[in-house]
Write a protein that binds this ligand. Structure first.
Ligand code: CO
Length: 175
């Protein structure tokens, strides 16, 4: 069992960082991928970007297989959306870095993504439905964007207030 990462949560400023391209897919990168996957499954979550565990490298892992089926880990390195189209779809999203919030987010129905797999082979994905949403959500992370940046300012501000209160409460407990 590999060591789990700690997941950074809003309002950690690191989550706003833009991730750097992976130049060399070496042993260190393989270990990061394994630890990210273990962290995601443990959470549990559907997807995780490296920036969420404090590593500003362009790596995402995800698994959208149904819960009662075998795990199907997917890894993308340096993923880029090269095309997006279709109508706008709205899905109730959550995020391991945004605890205790689910909100509707508008996304593209279809996206095409170019990336590398963990062996450095180039992959092209034509995604729709849940996969398209997960890819847009995770690739947003690589650009320093959280799903709360895409919801109404009213909802976002309510969440910010809630988090601030929680932080104060925790500080009082420590004192
Ligand atoms: Co997320």
């Amino acid at each position: 069992m590999v060591e789990l990462f700690e997941i950074l949560t809003y309002p950690n400023e690191f989550l706003k960082k833009s991730s750097r391209q992976v130049e060399n897919i070496d042993e260190d990168i393989q270990l990061i991928i394994d630890r990210m996957a273990a962290t995601m499954y443990q959470a549990p979550g559907v997807g995780l970007a490296a920036v969420q565990v404090g590593i500003d490298l362009s790596i995402i892992v995800y698994d959208i297989s149904p819960k009662d089926e075998k795990p199907d880990l997917q890894v993308l390195i340096n993923p880029v959306i090269v095309e997006s189209n279709g109508s706008t779809v709205t899905e109730n999203e959550g995020c391991l870095s945004v605890p205790d919030l689910q909100a509707n987010v508008k996304r593209h129905e279809f996206v095409s993504v170019d990336a590398l797999d963990r062996h450095g082979n180039s992959v092209q994905l034509e995604a729709k439905d849940l996969l398209a949403i997960v890819l847009q959500h995770e690739i947003d992370h690589l650009n320093g964007v959280l799903f709360i940046d895409r919801i109404s300012s009213l909802k976002r501000n309510m969440y910010k207030k809630r988090v601030k209160k929680q932080i104060k409460r925790n500080e009082r407990k420590k004192a």
